[in-house]
Design a protein around this ligand. Structure first.
Ligand code: TPP
Length: 292
């Protein structure tokens, strides 16, 4: 990923360091889930945790001490229900404090709502949560950057289920028509929706071919392999290129916690103290297995 004139990211972490951060992110997420009384969208948070880590700790050219810098990359969370995972990834990058999130998450008037609100939380680029809106907004932002001669990227994370929304494909067409090489979409391809598995409800396949047919560069990776995430980010075409890129990240909903993985019951939920203990133990055991 090319850098624009913003100061270089402090020191870019290694893949191993990013893996550690993703583990910390998942741990903090589960802990928050254990203290918050309401439901958290835990399944789609865990599937996206590695993507958030790779973006906020490696790929995105952003500066937590200068959040309005006009040269920053713009990140939009189109699957807005995964906001809490984004907040924690941002907190770990220095945007705000984790404790602050835990204190007020989900409360009326909190800056940290279940869905992100750009008015309430500086650093959030777009208010999202109604699925299908992030990519259209990202297209407008990328087009506007082009007209102004700006060189940053606009990066948007979508759920695969979300791409059942027609507005996503209108945006995909508009991005191609306007040759928006400064636009990058990451798809969290966890193959689950809210209450069902994706292909049971809607035929997504041949999914990468659909994006190709809409004129996009298509990159397919394992969205839990930090090396592949970093490789995909490093290989992105320059923001001055003329084709938008989609990185389809094959993921597992509930990733890292055995009893949540591929389990429709964990699209959203809350954790009893006992559940939290089990979840943290499973996360730890899986991490040890991966490192062995
Ligand atoms: C327009 C709209 N319809 C329905 C919902 C309710 N909803 C929230 S999450 C979700 C499932 C989305 O699936 P996906 O995009 O694959 O997200 P993930 O599985 O990664 O959580 C739905 C239907 C919504 N937020 N917006």
């Amino acid at each position: 990923m090319e850098q624009n004139a913003l100061p270089a990211q402090d020191e870019r972490p290694t893949v191993a360091e990013l893996e550690d951060r993703a583990f910390e992110l998942r741990t903090k997420l589960l802990q928050l889930c254990g203290t918050y009384e309401g439901a958290v969208h835990i399944g789609g948070d865990l599937s996206a945790a590695d993507i958030f880590t790779a973006l906020f700790h490696y790929g995105l050219h952003v500066d937590p001490t200068d959040i309005r810098n006009p040269e920053r990359d713009r990140f939009l969370l189109s699957k807005g229900h995964a906001a809490v995972c984004m907040y924690i990834a941002m907190a770990m990058r220095g945007f705000f404090s984790y404790e602050g999130i835990v204190e007020t998450y989900g409360q009326l008037d909190s800056a940290y709502g279940m869905h992100p609100c750009k008015v309430q939380l500086p650093g959030v680029e777009a208010s999202t949560g109604s699925l299908g809106h992030g990519l259209p907004i990202a297209v407008g932002m990328a087009l506007s950057a082009r007209h102004r001669g700006e060189t940053h990227r606009v990066v948007c994370l979508l759920g695969d289920g979300e791409t059942g929304e027609g507005s996503v494909w209108e945006a995909a067409m508009a991005a191609n028509s306007n040759r928006l090489g400064n636009l990058v979409a990451f798809i969290d391809r966890n193959r689950q929706l809210m209450t069902s598995f994706a292909e049971e409800r809607i035929s997504f396949e041949p999914y990468p071919d659909k994006w190709r047919a809409f004129g996009w560069n298509v990159v397919e990776i394992n969205g839990h392999d930090m090396g592949e995430l970093v490789g995909a980010i490093d290989a992105l075409p320059g923001a001055d290129s003329d084709k938008p890129t989609v990185v389809i990240c094959e993921t597992v909903k509930g990733k890292g916690v055995d009893f949540m993985e591929h389990n429709l019951a964990w699209h959203a939920g809350s954790l009893s103290p006992k559940d939290l203990e089990r979840a943290l133990a499973s996360l730890e055991a899986n991490r040890e297995k991966e490192m062995a």
